[in-house]
Design a protein around this ligand. Structure first.
Ligand code: P6P
Length: 333
């Protein structure tokens, strides 16, 4: 049994042996994320308890300042990642602008973008939430971080991953060599390898995941696509609809079971809701590394050049046959 215990540290060391070009600089970032995930998981799991203790306004019964969990998760990640000598800077969903890492002698070669706690509004009803992260290599020379360092297409990512705070806490990431999943064992406080080389089942379960409350706001092509999924032709398999309203949970189910996750635009807001840099591009890298497809309905997500730190894109992630079907229906819009 002990032979099967593979921690994140073991796995990274194994990867470094197998791929000598992997540098320790990048390992430092992953290990800080590993630690941040444990700290945030503990806070997320206590969130309900704090409510029971009777939080009053912004201070609790012990007169302690109670942070909103997404602010707390953001602070944890900023403070831990600031210690990484290999980072030049950070982009966070919670920060309007770019966050400089204190300039050491030689600011690090990497940039990280993250959503510290995606879906945090679901915490109050005990629905899974997640952290999403994306790592790029700094493109420009010199110590200053420039716009072109921050706004790189997803194809330039050196790593991407998420932490899912659900019935168990899972860390799933890729460094471009497959997708690997680790499950937190609270008894020993370690993430242990639970999925090596995750592949999205295709054909997998016929599940489509979308918020159908927006049906009347969609384009005709999007409406016809969902009608096709709701009522397939007699000789085609039927579908189930699943939608948690927490992207990390909906995507994780799609990754493990198959199907398609969609957050399309509407006629009024064609760009949709999800942010490219720290939500969609990292999930797209994972999806492709697991054998899936990731588009905005027309373009490959990883080819899209971000127009700003909080640039939104329509999102279609999942099994190749279903993402391609979506593209065919949207082509008529
Ligand atoms: P809607 C959570 O707020 C989030 O950013 C994603 O995690 C999730 O997929 C989406 O928004 C849900 O949005 O409009 O369906 O409530």
């Amino acid at each position: 049994m002990t032979g099967s215990i593979v921690t994140v540290e073991h796995f990274i060391a194994e990867q470094e042996r197998e791929y000598p070009e992997a540098t320790g600089a990048f390992t430092d970032i992953l290990l800080q994320i590993n630690l941040a995930a444990k700290v945030i998981s503990a806070a997320v799991n206590r969130a309900g308890l704090i409510d029971i203790l009777g939080v009053i306004g912004s201070t609790n019964v012990h007169d302690e300042e109670v942070q909103k969990l997404d602010d707390y998760a953001n602070d944890v990640l900023l403070n831990l990642l600031r210690r990484c000598g290999s980072l030049s800077g950070m982009v966070s969903e919670e920060e309007e602008g770019f966050v400089h890492v204190p300039e050491s002698r030689d600011p690090g070669p990497y940039i990280i973008a993250f959503d510290p706690l995606d879906g945090s509004s679901n915490i109050d009803v005990n629905i899974s939430v997640g952290t999403i992260f994306s790592v790029y290599r700094k493109r420009s020379d010199g110590t200053r971080v420039r716009r072109r360092d921050l706004l790189q297409p997803g194809s330039e990512q050196v790593a991407a991953g998420y932490v899912l705070y659900g019935s168990s806490t899972m860390l799933v990431f890729t460094t471009g060599r497959g997708v690997h999943g680790f499950t937190l064992d609270p008894g020993i406080g370690e993430f242990l390898l639970s999925y090596r080389n995750l592949r999205i089942p295709s054909p997998g379960k016929n599940i489509y995941s979308i918020n159908e409350a927006y049906f009347d706001k969609w384009t005709p092509g999007q409406q016809r696509l969902v009608e096709r999924l709701r009522q397939p032709p007699p000789d085609a398999p039927s579908f189930s609809a699943r939608y948690v309203g927490s992207m990390v949970a909906d995507f994780h189910r799609t990754l493990l079971r198959g199907g398609i996750f969609m957050y399309p635009g509407t006629v009024a807001k064609p760009e949709g809701k999800l942010r490219l840099l720290y939500e969609v591009a990292p999930m797209a890298m994972i999806c492709e590394q697991a054998g899936g497809l990731a588009t905005d309905g027309r373009r490959r997500i990883l080819d899209i050049e971000p127009e700003g730190l909080h640039h939104r894109v329509p999102t279609f992630l999942g099994a190749p046959d279903l993402v391609e079907m979506a593209g065919r229906y949207l082509a008529d819009d």
